[in-house]
Design a protein around this ligand. Sequence first.
Ligand code: SAM
Length: 216
Amino acid sequence: MRLKNKPWAHELVEAHPEKVLIRPEGKIDWQKRFTNPDLPLRIEVGSGKGQFIIRQAQAHPKINFVAIELQTSAAGVILRDELKLALPNLQILLGDGKMVDTYFARESVDLVYLNFSDPWPKTRHEKRRLTYRDFLRSYENILQIDGHIEFKTDNRGLFEYSLVSMNNYAMKFDYVNLDLHNSDDEVVAQNIQTEYEEKFSRRGHPIYALHAHFQK
Ligand code: SAM
């Protein structure tokens, strides 16, 4: 989803290389970028304006997080809010989630979050869906043996597509929920809502969720 252009965002992200990496080339030494390098590492691909990842970083100071975003305007909003909070465990990467295995070392990531990813409903745009097999391969390369993906959406078409795509990739499902907000379990109790999740659940859309891991 294209965010309204924020003309200030470009300058802001360029002014903070300690917080934002802009389309980096090659592996990043993430240990050097975090105050506490020994913590588990979790990433969100397609963070939008960052509500979810900022709340995660606040709630879990003993975990390091990286927000990955394609759009400069979105990365600028995350950075603006992050600078006010000065979170030592949150970094931002302006780049393409399909390339995560060029940014992160093999088996270095504990969890990949995909939240309300753009559905790209036209078949000719399938390759842009964040659960298309090329993306899955990239996540597989960086996830630890016991790592997994957590995916939420209100879009039934994208959810069904993702179940099939992950199943075809021989992934195993640990959790599937077709109405997250009207359930009562441990996942719901720990759920941190994204901006889109709040918006669409207010409109009465059911929220679909799944957790899955690769067979390594
Ligand atoms: N996750 C947020 C939420 O739930 O509120 C934002 C959802 S928004 C619909 C999807 C976001 O994913 C957009 O900000 C878009 O720029 C980003 N995005 C789409 N494809 C991407 C890719 N290949 N790599 C990184 N970000 C991507």
